[in-house]
Design a protein around this ligand. Structure first.
Ligand code: NI
Length: 170
């Protein structure tokens, strides 16, 4: 089967709100498998369905440097956020080649259902909390660059465009 194509910054679907999944069926499980394939092939640690052109509330993540399992989350929601905030580096498969420091709540609680339709509650801190928030943002059309100051965002986009031009030239 053909590998899912990752949409890049500028694709309208990255700015749309994704729809809830009503039933976790074989079609959803197949999509989850293909999303994991696409994520690993791109050396990513998280991927949301809108990033592969599918406006549904599904994310996958697997943090290679953390002692956490891989997750497939359907209809995930952040139900609690710590007031304490933490800064950490983020990148995005839809904005390849650049990263920036982003500030977010340091800890979150996420509820979702897994690929078998079973309820799941994750209490996360550190990288997992950061990655969960980044991926769930994608389901609401929010990108990590939206959390940057206008100046930081402008500078990051300039670096991104410069690098995209080089890629095209090569
Ligand atoms: Ni992303």
């Amino acid at each position: 089967m053909e590998r899912l194509k990752i949409e890049l910054l500028g694709a309208p679907i990255l700015r749309q709100r994704a729809a809830d999944v009503d039933v976790v069926d074989d079609e959803v499980r197949d999509l989850v498998r293909r999303m994991f394939d696409a994520m690993y092939a791109a050396n990513g640690q998280g991927l949301a369905a809108p990033q592969v052109g599918i406006p549904r509330r599904i994310v996958v993540l697997d943090l290679p440097h953390e002692d956490t399992p891989s997750y497939a989350l359907v209809n995930p929601r952040v139900v609690e956020r710590a007031e304490e905030r933490a800064r950490g580096e983020e990148g995005c498969l839809s904005i390849p080649g650049v990263t920036e420091i982003v500030e977010r709540p340091a800890r979150v609680v996420v509820e979702a259902v897994d690929a078998d339709g079973a309820p799941l509650r994750i209490e996360a801190d550190g990288e997992l909390a950061r990655c969960l928030q980044h991926e769930i943002d994608h389901l609401d059309g929010i990108l990590y660059i939206d959390h940057l100051s206008p100046l930081k965002r402008k500078m990051l986009l300039a670096r991104y465009r410069k690098q995209q031009t080089r890629t095209v030239d090569a």
